[in-house]
Write a protein that binds this ligand. Structure first.
Ligand code: OOG
Ligand code: NI
Length: 456
């Protein structure tokens, strides 16, 4: 047998992310405007902050930043979710984290498919926030059965993509031609369809139970509902949005602006009301559907469980009295978060964030001469080792709920009882989701091991 050259999963993912971006740009032109705006803000931010530019270069982030995106989709059945897991695996993307959004009035639970290894993240960190509709949260049994029957009739994957997924599993990779075909065929699952698969009455009945249910159930596939570029300065990007004709959401989700950015800050523009056609008998009746929007995000330091507990508590405190939509919220958030150190060294020494350690030029020169029991803190203090923040690659449930809510046409706050069900989600997925903290810890530990080995 001759050896076959397979295209790397990183390369397939990069091609897919590019194809998806082009498709969404043609479907939702305001997304293209956002991408251009973010590229300008990023260039200006780098130019104004050489230390930031140097750190991005040192951590292999410079090349990825203008390519970086996340998207989101919502599916209706366990079988759809399980096949998506296999589809994303072709691109080196695995499920990380479990998010229960029912507490926030959204009848879904979710994971994020993303690359996990340092080299893969540096090559292209494309991620897809993927939600599974929880039909069991529909109270009306007849309506629930109707939704199940509609979902049972559809196939969101092309035959060819199913064959290529299987081919990848059997052969251990895809050739160049197969990879091209895979990207084109996989894209079909995420495409927008302006024709509903149901009549207007069915759509309205499902939308009345929850608008998200209609979005998941009434179409041929799980259209990508947004694609998010990463900005280095979300406040500058947010301020520049109105001049480009983009109506941004009033409040930036997540932590406040800080000297050392932490976790994830996000803002979006409201979903567009788009014309669709309902299937009424033999004919088509026009209507509208609101689902697709634009979003930008700024990513910062990944927090340890201790840091994350502080974040969650401070966020809850800031939102406790009057929620997160009033005019005073931004100021209140900054005030409350003053309790968390805003200095990379303090965050590191207090074990609140994850860091990547690397030898400096002085450290390389000192190799072989440093006592083995020198602590990391001492190595950093002596300028032999530099510690850079590890970027948060995941999502935040409170922010995600805010993004969902702001795109459901406002005001909709159906409360479901808190009922996280990670076991049911993993059973549907056909696999366990990875623990994000363990992944960051491994990145940090690997960097420390490399420093120790190089020091001798
Ligand atoms: C997903 C919302 C979550 C984010 O950035 O937090 C999300 C959705 O609306 O389907 O994308
Ligand atoms: Ni998003």
């Amino acid at each position: 047998m001759t050896a076959t050259a397979f295209v790397s999963p990183d390369e397939i993912r990069a091609r897919f992310a590019r194809a998806m971006s082009e498709m969404y740009r043609s479907e939702v032109p305001q997304y293209g405007t956002l991408v251009e705006l973010v590229a300008e803000v990023n260039a200006a931010t780098r130019a104004a902050d050489p230390a930031l530019a140097a750190r991005l270069a040192r951590n292999d982030e410079l090349a990825r930043i203008d390519l970086e995106r996340h998207g989101a989709i919502r599916v209706g059945t366990a079988a759809e979710l399980a096949t998506l897991r296999r589809l994303f695996a072709v691109m080196g993307m695995v499920p990380v984290g479990y998010y229960d959004l029912s507490v926030a009035g959204v009848p879904v639970h979710s994971t994020a498919f993303r690359p996990v290894e340092a080299a893969a993240l540096a090559a292209n960190p494309f991620r897809v926030f993927t939600s599974l509709l929880r039909l069991e949260l529909i109270e009306d049994a007849a309506l629930r059965a109707r939704a199940e029957a509609i979902l049972a009739r559809r196939d969101i994957f092309t035959d060819r993509v199913r064959r290529l997924i299987q081919r990848h599993a059997d052969a251990g990779g895809l050739t160049a031609d197969e990879a091209d075909a895979f990207v084109a065929e996989a894209l079909e699952t995420f495409r927008w369809h302006g024709e509903a698969t149901v009549d207007a009455e069915t759509y309205r009945a499902l939308a009345a139970a929850h608008r998200l249910i209609a979005d998941v159930v009434c179409f041929r596939g799980p259209h990508i509902n947004h694609l998010t570029p990463r900005t280095l300065d979300i406040d500058a990007a947010q301020a520049a949005m109105p001049a480009r004709g983009i109506a941004a959401k009033a409040v930036i989700e997540g932590p406040p602006r800080r000297r050392v950015p932490i976790l994830l800050r996000q803002t979006s523009f409201k979903a567009l009301e788009e014309p669709i056609l309902f299937l009424d008998g033999d004919g088509r009746t026009p209507g509208t559907h609101t689902a697709r929007f634009g979003e930008i995000e700024q990513r910062g330091l990944a927090l340890t469980p201790a840091g994350r507990a502080r974040y969650d508590a401070l966020l809850a405190e800031a939102r406790a009295d009057s929620g997160s939509t009033d005019a005073g919220y931004a100021a209140r958030l900054e005030e409350v978060f003053a309790a968390l150190p805003d200095d990379a060294d303090a965050l590191r020494r207090e074990g609140l964030g994850y860091f990547r350690y690397e030898l400096t030029a002085a450290g390389r020169a000192a190799a072989g001469t440093v006592a083995r029991d020198t602590t990391l803190d001492e190595l950093v203090a002596r300028g032999l080792v530099v510690a850079d923040p590890i970027v948060y690659e995941d999502f935040l449930p409170v922010s995600a709920a805010g993004i969902f809510q702001s795109n459901l046409g406002g005001g909709e706050q159906k409360a479901y009882a808190a009922n996280a069900n990670r076991a049911a989600f993993e059973a549907a997925l056909g696999a366990a989701v990875a623990d994000e903290f363990a992944l960051y810890q491994a990145l940090q530990d690997d960097s420390i091991a490399a420093v120790r080995a190089a020091l001798g």
